[in-house]
Design a protein around this ligand. Sequence first.
Ligand SMILES: Nc1ncnc2c1ncn2[C@@H]1O[C@H](COP(=O)(O)OP(=O)(O)OP(=O)(O)O)[C@@H](O)[C@H]1O
Length: 814
Amino acid sequence: MDDGLVLNLASLDSASSPKVITVSKGGRWTDRLKAKRGVKRKVHNENAKTPKTTAVVEEHQPKRPRVEKSSGQSSTKEHQHTHPRPPTQIISSLFSYNPKIEAPVDPGPSKAPSAPSNAPLTDASSFSGLGLNPLIHAHLASKMDIQKPTSIQRAALPVILSTSPDKLARDIFIQSQTGSGKTLSFLLPIIQDLLPLSSLSYIDRSIGTLAIIIAPTRELAKQISDVLESLLKLRLRAMDEAADDANTSRLTRWLVSGLLIGGGTRTHEKARLRKGLPILVATPGRLLDHLQNTSTFNVSKCRWLVLDEADRLMELGFEETITGILKCLDGHRKLALQAVKEGIGREVGGWDWERRRRTILCSATIREDVQKLANSSLTQPIMIKAIEAELPFDSTSSTKTPHAVENFSPPTQLSQKYVITPLKLRLVVLVALLRTIITQCRGRPGSKAVVFVSCTDAVDFLWKMLGRSLMDDNDEESAEKKEDSDNDDSNNDDDSEEGNSMRNSKPDPISLKCSLLPDTSIFRLHGSLPTRTRLATLRGFSGSFKNILPFSVLLCTSVASRGLDLPLVQSVIQYDLPTEGGATEYVHRVGRTARAGKGGEAWSFVSPSEVSWVQWVEGKMRGDSSENEKKNISLTPVSPETVLKSGFGGKGSEYEERATQVQLSFERWVLQRKENAGLARKAFMSHMRAYATHPSDEKHIFHIRHLHLGHLAKAFALRETPKAATSASGNVSQKSGKKKMDGGVSKKREKDRVANIKDAKWEFNHNGDAERRMRDIVRAQGRQSKKAGVMLSSGTSEFQIAGGYALEKMVGSI
Ligand SMILES: Nc1ncnc2c1ncn2[C@@H]1O[C@H](COP(=O)(O)OP(=O)(O)OP(=O)(O)O)[C@@H](O)[C@H]1O
């Protein structure tokens, strides 16, 4: 692959050996471009004369003054022009001193992809045969292009739709692979159950909330709400009305759906609840908040409660919130029943108060903590799996029944690969891999890749660096202006609570372009972004607004790992392996591709010290599957050289030279502005802290002691040693933070610090996992105190808290 990648080769020092390439800095960009072209020609000529040229810069020049420490480093253009930088810089080699990696065993000829395990069925099964109302079925087929059920739908629909008293008395537990259609498995029966109420003379939305669906993240809640709305928009006619009668009433007119996810104004949500929302999709915290504080929120007739991604809800520490929700629902019902009995309430007569509320628990993976939730929230649950039709579920057993064992595997058609990548090469291998995927997807507009990164700071850093590097200051500024006008879906019209606090700061655009990734828009998603930005990002990435983009990349944290159904995701790249959730999280992340029978590939970046992870994750996924199934659950090795060659092209080892130049451009970007260097250091530090939170049973694979921190710094385009990086972001300890404040820290710094604490508190209030992660981080601090000044025992975390001082204050206030 060679699509005219611009190599930033600088002037070659004629006196030195051919191994040396110097990098010209400063001056006008046009001059630099000319110089680059000259060097390109020169290198070409040199190559012709000498057998081998290494593109690595190893020039022994006096060390360049530290950029971040110089006050004049404000990188003003004036500074650049009046004090041109030295023409050369010392740059360590990307391709030497890397740990020796044993060549992965040749997997042999690539095997044909297995038949999809989550596709719609091709046999005689039909929705009508499963008892689905023909009207709903017809709408599914004509408006959503859904013709045949998937195997989980075939298993679930008859059980949930059944009106036999013994079935109605029992709750449901649905488990099946990612992308197998669980959402419709519970939405269709709920709609079908509520439809007959349309014939009640008094029915309208003021009946209150009859079904509640709880999802762990705002994005997932919004997605379920969108599916629900598209189902409810369907024109469901009464049987005796003609199909072409324009005046037909819509049976679902009263079935209004609502979304409670926080981030919006409470007043607005309260007003909607007062009017009535028969079907509600919500995140747990916001739902409980309204149940406790909104007196007009009528849930006394609630018939359905769905807990989607149940294991994630537990993992995020929502157990207590869910218990609170269950208590509130029971309490409201009791009060209403009493009022009806005493004839004092405003409740309508004729309601079937005998009918109990049914709870559905839904997940692609089952962990022990889910069984705990099942014990506390389900009555005589029926376990529904995609393969087995119906199994009794022993929710009372505390032993590991087959259903309580960790049990998960990705869709069989998914191709899983891994690259053992030396730390120094991580950035360039990522770029090369993305370039390869983009090339493969040419001709398929709208294709996408999702890249999982360890923490929010690392997402921000990668996003900005990919979007802004390879430009000088002028270019960066003009690009920013252009982005402002291009991204009219940014959050500047945010009227939410969090939006108010941001109004004065210039919002970032939703997506950026990268000159290394042709025709590609790069999005980012993490929990520290305002809700509006998060939702706009998903809209943009899904291509649901404006025109379809040729190719899109989403850089994200684990916030995007669950449930999201993003169209045309071709590849999932785990640039950082999951720090939480282990193999389960891996399965959910890779499950963003290969959905509903479609193909897809998953790539994992494995550091040389993490090689044993491959066998570990394969073993977890295989579980107790049959020998035949086991063969399908394996990861295929691909060497970093293969990825680099395919991504950067060129003859022989030319890819090394190109990769080096790409790395140089990133390092230059970091040096270009103080903010860039700050972003890189912050990302480095946060990544280290995230890495330290791997659970103890994974420490034999992921231990900070195993990482070469100097090499890791390269993965953040940093040239400093980690020690320098650590002390550069140094005001992280409480002590130093205090000292700085006493010594008269600048107003701006203090303002930033307060804003960061606010950010962190927002995250805590709005994202239920904060408390647990906070605990992990505090625990990790104890483990992190490393000798040789490598790690600071600070509290700076992926929540972008300024320092340990802020963390301790926060933890104290929890
Ligand atoms: N019967 C069907 N035929 C074709 N496509 C379907 C069918 N059922 C669902 N789908 C589509 O499959 C995709 C995945 O569905 P869904 O999001 O419900 O999967 P899921 O099992 O909930 O996945 P996850 O575990 O990742 O949350 C969606 O795009 C959905 O529209």
